[in-house]
Write a protein that binds this ligand. Structure first.
Ligand SMILES: [Zn+2]
Ligand SMILES: [Zn+2]
Length: 253
């Protein structure tokens, strides 16, 4: 598998906020094997789909927060190709009928076949006040004996999600919401992970045999202001046995 990170920033990486330590991040978006898109953020350049990602034919949406989901952006991409759009029923209900869009409803722990992948959505612990009833989702994505877990956005895991993650182990990659830094006294820890929580999740992933040999834990959806500068953060995370996602980075799995 090849996981290409298009955008790796949390919602505070606005154009107005600008670069930090010479680095900018787009909002969270990634492509698996040039085929499966995970969130089409409003900052995801559609020009990437003209050449590099011409084969993308499905979008997995995690949730409808505006840094991950823009219907207008999706309609523009759907003018260039037929797209399978996977998401919670309440997220799909936000979309208009469009001839290029084929909806696939995602429900927690119900596996779907999407573009040759087995995709299992799992409930995330995250807050969506503007679309009541929507369940935000993580995804387990599997093909040819390889498996990744995509876990942004969300804080910690609901019990049933962790149980399902354990059942489906081991993972070649676990990608976690790494929004927050080392400060524990932060109201946002109830919807995003901080590094204390990531450290505890890491201990459990390693201690309970949840990673393959060579399996790695990556952090994405990184806050601009809750972390130290990106270069220093990358080094600090490496010291802790973690990998930091960057925009335009391709992870060969
Ligand atoms: Zn977000
Ligand atoms: Zn969110």
């Amino acid at each position: 598998m090849k996981l290409y990170y298009i955008g790796t920033g949390a919602a505070d990486w606005t154009a107005a906020a600008g670069a930090k330590g010479g680095v900018t991040r787009r909002f969270s978006s990634a492509v698996l094997d040039g085929r499966l898109l995970i969130d089409l953020a409003p900052t995801t350049p559609l020009s990437l789909f003209d050449e590099m990602f011409r084969e993308v034919d499905a979008v997995l949406y995690t949730h409808s927060h505006s840094d991950h989901f823009s219907p207008e952006h999706l309609y523009r991409l759907a003018q260039t190709r037929e797209l399978t759009v996977v998401g919670d029923a309440r997220l799909l209900a936000l979309l208009d009928e469009h001839p290029g869009i084929h909806r696939r409803e995602a429900a927690a722990d119900v596996a779907l076949e999407v573009s040759g992948y087995t995709v299992t959505p799992l409930a995330a612990n995250h807050r969506i006040t503007r679309n009541p009833g929507e369940t935000p989702l993580h995804y387990v994505i599997e093909k040819d004996g390889q498996k990744i877990f995509w876990g942004a956005d969300g804080a910690w895991f609901p019990c049933a999600t962790w149980a399902a993650m354990r059942r489906m182990r081991p993972y070649d990659r676990v990608v976690l919401d790494g929004t927050l830094g080392d400060e524990d006294n932060d109201n946002r820890v109830f919807e995003h992970n901080n590094l204390t929580m990531v450290g505890m999740i890491q201990k459990n992933l390693l201690g309970q045999g949840m990673l393959t040999e060579g399996g790695q834990i990556w952090l994405t959806h990184l806050s601009r202001d809750a972390h130290i500068a990106p270069d220093e953060l990358g080094q600090e995370l490496a010291r802790r046995g973690l990998f930091m996602a960057k925009d335009n980075l391709e992870d060969l799995i």
